[in-house]
Design a protein around this ligand. Structure first.
Ligand code: ARG
Length: 467
């Protein structure tokens, strides 16, 4: 360390860093979270350096043992993180040198913090993506099973949040599941570009030591080393891709949350959420609030914010590494934590949704939701669709006045609007008949919902975690 600055890079400096600047530029308070990955990367780097003859086997072993001890100190909370040492990388290296002497200083041969930090974040993201994938799978499975159970349960389907046509509850839940299936593909696609190794790019131009990047990549489980050293130290696309995945996922969870909040209200009264996912009010004793979906809906905003932060962080950076990149960590960490927690909350909650079938059925029955079925009936009897639309419109107007749903009118009442209507109309005016008639792939008929659930199960189990 330099006399003047007490810093590992202080050789060319003649005065110490300003105390505020030291705090302002330090990242250790947040990047210490990367310690396990930093140590993992350093062990692989030292192993490779010994293999190509840059370190002796004894030096390698001393480094690896020292790093493993440091890992233990960190896990036990005994490690003294130092802000003057700036970041996680220098904290660990300084402690290693304290423990094993001069050999500790050899670890940094042939690398720079620039390729080191890029490697650490990628290792971290890979670990987190694998954890997130497990939760995403669990949630999808929960939805598929709920949909299968509720394949026959009838509810109103909405457009413009107005009752449109009856659908099955299972069909509605499988619509959610489709959103998550796309998110799942996006996550796995993002993982491919995360799992590439920057180590060896050094500061920006590579290194003069005879390193073998394939060895390090293999030791760390990366698919391959990065192609270009300038790009390797400066690329954060993978972080932006993850945060876009996270934003779209949270947008989906937020839409689902909105429906759960509506459905639990007394006005809809479609479902019950078990008490363990709700809280009460300190002033209104009757209240049971759907806090979990509300919070998930609320947390969507911060994840969108992180996506904007990262895009803006990168937009004007010239090649190669810039200190700006230190700002990538906090948004990324928070996006990861938020996604993990929201998925866990949903995966626990969705299988516990209790549909109030009678109430859903009644809502579907009340809203003239089989009006399109009546029009289709008339068309099958030879009436032009536009005329059928008009006839049904008049029947609905009559129903509104007389407070009767279409299925509650007598044949004579219906015949006022068209002679074509016969006794068999009542088969299509029932909710069961309406949903069963939409009997094609992607339709809401109960047997189609069961078949779709089965296909979803198969697609899901064909996806291999970490593939
Ligand atoms: N703490 C830095 C970061 O997060 C590590 C890399 C620092 N490199 C440098 N040349 N100052 O990006």
């Amino acid at each position: 360390m330099s006399q003047a600055t007490n810093q590992s890079w202080g050789g060319r400096f003649s005065e110490p860093t300003d105390a505020f600047v030291a705090r302002f530029t330090a990242s250790v308070n947040f990047d210490q979270r990367l310690a396990p990955q930093d140590i993992q990367g350093s062990i692989a780097h030292a192993t490779m350096l010994a293999r190509v003859g840059v370190l002796t086997d004894d030096e390698r072993d001393a480094i690896i043992n020292g790093l493993n001890e440091i890992q233990g100190e960190i896990e036990r909370g005994e490690f003294n993180w130092s802000v003057p040492l700036e970041d996680v990388h220098m904290n660990i290296e300084a402690r290693l040198t304290e423990k094993i002497g001069i050999t500790g200083k050899k670890l940094h041969t042939g690398r720079s913090r620039n390729d080191q930090v890029a490697t650490d974040i990628r290792l971290f993201m890979r670990d987190e993506i694998d954890v997130i994938e497990v939760e995403l799978k669990r949630l999808r499975e929960g939805m598929i099973e709920l949909a299968d159970r509720e394949a026959e349960t009838i509810m109103p389907g909405f457009t413009h949040l107005q009752t449109a046509q009856p659908v099955t509850f299972g069909h509605h839940i499988l619509a959610w599941q489709e959103m998550l299936a796309r998110d799942h593909e996006r996550l796995l696609d993002c993982r491919k570009r995360v799992n590439v190794m920057p180590l060896g790019a050094a500061a920006l131009a590579g290194t003069t030591y005879p390193i073998d990047r394939h060895v390090t990549a293999e030791l760390l489980g990366f698919d391959r080393p990065t192609e270009n050293s300038l790009d390797a130290v400066s690329d954060r696309d993978f972080a932006i891709e993850f945060t876009s995945f996270a934003s779209i996922l949270l947008m989906h969870l937020s839409r689902m949350s909105e429906e759960l909040v509506l459905w639990t209200s007394a006005q809809f009264n479609f479902i019950d959420l078990p008490d363990r996912f709700c809280t009460g009010s300190s002033i209104m004793p009757q209240k049971k609030n759907p806090d979990v979906p509300e919070l998930v809906r609320g947390k969507t905003g911060r994840v969108y914010g992180h996506l904007m932060s990262l895009l803006t962080l990168m937009k004007s950076q010239p090649l190669a590494y810039n200190k700006d990149n230190q700002e990538d960590k906090e948004p990324l960490f928070d996006a990861v934590d938020t996604v993990r927690d929201c998925l866990k909350a949903f995966a626990d909650m969705v299988p516990a949704i209790e549909p109030k079938k009678a109430s859903m059925y009644e809502a579907a029955r009340r809203g003239f939701s089989t009006a399109t079925d009546l029009a289709d009936y008339l068309v099958r009897k030879g009436v032009a669709f536009r005329d059928a639309h008009e006839i049904v419109g008049q029947s609905v107007a009559y129903g509104l006045k007389s407070e009767k749903d279409l299925s509650e009118m007598s044949l004579d009442e219906l015949k006022q609007f068209s002679d074509t209507i016969e006794q068999d109309v009542f088969e299509v005016l029932t909710l069961e008949g309406s949903v069963a008639a939409r009997n094609h792939i992607g339709g809401t008929a109960p047997n189609q919902v069961r078949a779709a659930a089965q296909r979803a199960r198969e697609t899901l189990s064909a996806l291999k975690a970490g593939a």
